[in-house]
Write a protein that binds this ligand. Sequence first.
Ligand SMILES: [Mn+2]
Length: 316
Amino acid sequence: MYQALFDLVEQYDIITIYRHVSPDSDALGSQFGLKQWIQDTYPKKQVYALGSSGSGSRDGNFPAMDVVDDGTITQSLAIILDTANSARVDDERFLNAAYRLKIDHHIYVETFADVEIIQDLKGATCEILADMFMQKGIRISALCAQYLYGGLIADTLRFSISTMTPDTFHVAAYLLTCGVDVAKANEDNFSTSLRLYRYENYIRANCSVLEEKLAYMIVSKEDYEHYGLTFDEAKEKVFVMGGVQEFEAWALFIEKERDADGNAIYNGSLRSRQKTINDIANTYHGGGHRFACGVKGLKKDDINRLLQELLKRIDE
Ligand SMILES: [Mn+2]
């Protein structure tokens, strides 16, 4: 199954690489890691990392996004990383590419590429790519390894989530042999700014707790703008409520916009210690992983209903 990547890259002279909107370190790490490997291996090929700039909280760790015209994309092999559904791909022009390959670790949602490599038991898309290189016996450059390792520790929360396997550590060890600077990766992915630190403390101090087991916080646009944050930055901080012994699940809701009647509309991030909750998220315009998922387009009433459903699930 892995061979498809190597065969297709070999075959095309132009390769365009995509990832999801509001990219995190796994999306950008897999994108720039793969770009780096192709450049290192095939200096004559044209390879582009596409998507909007400045929309991810960790993009300071990565080079600028590439800009290409439509004609280039039409001739290219499109590789779409870390994205389960086509609507979430940042730059819909991937649909016009000559051929499409998807590599992802999210639970299957829909088919949108000609070849799809989906491994939903892997902790990160970066882990899948690193595994591909490792199994092929390739020694990747230190820079490529650094990108992949960053995505791996970001998505697995530094090797601490329940879906960790011996293979994950095996892949991490492989990346280290290729020259990863572990301390730098940690700093790049887990250090925070004063602005974010103050916002994190605001959540800690003000979150609500239902029955001492479900923590949640609803943040208005005014609130996060007060801390100088964008919507994407504000939304990423659900982890702040994690790691509390009493909390079985926790949720962060961020105001996205207002509807015609002036009601605030929220997107949310949900986390659970050990109860599956993504089936609940699916019924609120969302989805994702079993214990980590998102919801979209909710009014206050919807949030209250969702919280009751989560409480019920915790008690099951
Ligand atoms: Mn990911």
